[in-house]
Write a protein of this length. Structure first.
Length: 367
C-alpha cells in the first residue's frame, strides 16, 4: 500500500544485512523518506536484492540510496559488480588526443563517462537500489585527501561536461543524480568526516571556480549535497546549515530546482553550529530550516555506535517533537522533490542486463 506523506525528510540506515523489526518500525515512520546502504549491508547480489525488496514492502515510496561513485568509493565490489574507474581516470582521458585530432580526447572521455554512468546505475537498479550519490563536482586542487581522485579534474569546465556525460548514463538506466559537495570541498585539506574544514576564500573566488558546475548544470542536476565545510567570508555556519548558501546562492543565484540532501549528520563537521556541538535533532532542524529537503543520519544504527543504536529513534522522536512545537514545518515542495528522485522506468533483471547490448557496449568503453 502506498502511504501519502506531506514530508518525509529522514534518510536512515540499518546495522545488518536484513531488516529487523526495529528497522521496519523506523522505516515505516511517516518522517522517514529513505535508507542509505553501506558495505556492511552487503553479502552478495541475492541478499542485496532481497533486502531492497523488503525495504520497498515496508513502503514503496522509500528511496534506497548508496554512495557508489567508482574508484575507492564503491560499496559493492564482488559477485559480478563492475569495478568502476575513478573519476580522475575519466578526466585524464580528456587530454589524450588521437594523433591529428585535437579535442578527440574530450570526446572519448565524455563517451566513457556516459558508459560509466550507465554501468553504475544499471547494476545497482538490477538489485533494487534507486539512486547513488554521484557525481562528485568538487575540483581537484591536489590538496584534499578525502576528495582526491574522486574528482574529475581541476578545470570546472571539464568537471561539468564529464559530470553531465555521467549523468546521461545514469538517466539511461532510469537513475537520478546528486552533485556534491556544494559549493566545493576540493580546496580544503581537512576531512569533514573527522574535523570541520574551513575554506577562507572569498565568495567571488568560490563562485568563479568551484561553484561554476552547479550553475552550468542547473537544468540537469536532480539533487545536490552541500559540503560540511565552513566558508567564513560567506557564513559562519557550514554550507549545509546556511540559508545564504542553500537559498540565496544555490537556489536563487545559481537557479537549482532539485532536492537538497544534507551530508551525514554524524560527521564531525556536521554538528558544529555557531561554534557549538549540537544534538542530531538540532542539526537536522537547522539543516531543514536552512533549505535542505532531506537529512542523512548514518552509522548510528549499529550496536557499537555512540548510544548503542538509540540515536536513530532519538532523531525520529526529536524531529516529531520539533514539528509539534513549530521549530520545523512540513514542506510539500520538499516532499515533491524527494519523490521526483524515485525511478519511473522499470529496472532490468540482472541476468537480462548481462546480455543487453547497450550494457555490453558500455562495459567495453570503460577505461
Amino acid at each position: 500500500m502506498r502511504h501519502l506523506h506531506t514530508h518525509a525528510p529522514l534518510i536512515l540506515d540499518i546495522a545488518g544485512t536484513a531488516l529487523t523489526d526495529t528497522d521496519r518500525r523506523r522505516l515505516a515512520h511517516p518522517l522517514t523518506g529513505g535508507m542509505i546502504l553501506f558495505a556492511r549491508n552487503w553479502t552478495d547480489r541475492a541478499q542485496l536484492t532481497a533486502l531492497c525488496a523488503d525495504i520497498k514492502s515496508v513502503r514503496s515510496d522509500l528511496l534506497i540510496l548508496v554512495d557508489h561513485e567508482g574508484g575507492r568509493v564503491q560499496r559493492f565490489r564482488t559477485d559480478g559488480f563492475t569495478h568502476l574507474p575513478t573519476m580522475r581516470t575519466l578526466g585524464e582521458l580528456w587530454i589524450q588526443d588521437d594523433a591529428g585530432l585535437p579535442g578527440s580526447g574530450a570526446m572519448h572521455a565524455t563517451n566513457a563517462a556516459t558508459a560509466c554512468g550507465y554501468v553504475l546505475a544499471a547494476e545497482l537498479r538490477a538489485c533494487g537500489v534507486d539512486m547513488s550519490f554521484t557525481p562528485v563536482l568538487d575540483l581537484d586542487f591536489g590538496s584534499s585527501g578525502v576528495i582526491g581522485d574522486r574528482a574529475f579534474a581541476r578545470d570546472p569546465r571539464i568537471v561539468s561536461l564529464l559530470a553531465k556525460s555521467l549523468m546521461h548514463g545514469l538517466l539511461q538506466a532510469g537513475m537520478a543524480n546528486c552533485g556534491k559537495h556544494f559549493p566545493g570541498h576540493g580546496f580544503v585539506k581537512a576531512d569533514s568526516h573527522t574535523e570541520i574544514p574551513v575554506d577562507k576564500r572569498s565568495l567571488k573566488n568560490i563562485l568563479s571556480d568551484d561553484a561554476l558546475p552547479y550553475g552550468w548544470l542547473n537544468s540537469s542536476l536532480n539533487s545536490v549535497m552541500p559540503a560540511h565545510v565552513i566558508y567564513p567570508k560567506v557564513d559562519s555556519r557550514p554550507a549545509g546549515f546556511s540559508k545564504g548558501w542553500l537559498q540565496d546562492i544555490l537556489r536563487q543565484q545559481l537557479g537549482f530546482q532539485g532536492a537538497v540532501f544534507s551530508d551525514d549528520l554524524s560527521m564531525a563537521g556536521a554538528r558544529l553550529i555557531d561554534g557549538e556541538q549540537v544534538s542530531y535533532t538540532q542539526a537536522a532542524v537547522t539543516a531543514l530550516n536552512a533549505g535542505c529537503d532531506l537529512v542523512l543520519l548514518c552509522n548510528q544504527s549499529t550496536a557499537d555506535s555512540e548510544g548503542g543504536g538509540q540515536a536513530v529513534d532519538q532523531l525520529i522522536q526529536g524531529l516529531q517533537q520539533a514539528k509539534k512545537t513549530g521549530q520545523w514545518h512540513l514542506s510539500a515542495a520538499s516532499e515533491a522533490r524527494r519523490r521526483a528522485l524515485l525511478p519511473v522506468i522499470p529496472a532490468l533483471d540482472w541476468d537480462l542486463l548481462m546480455r543487453q547490448a547497450p550494457y555490453l557496449q558500455a562495459l567495453a568503453l570503460l577505461p
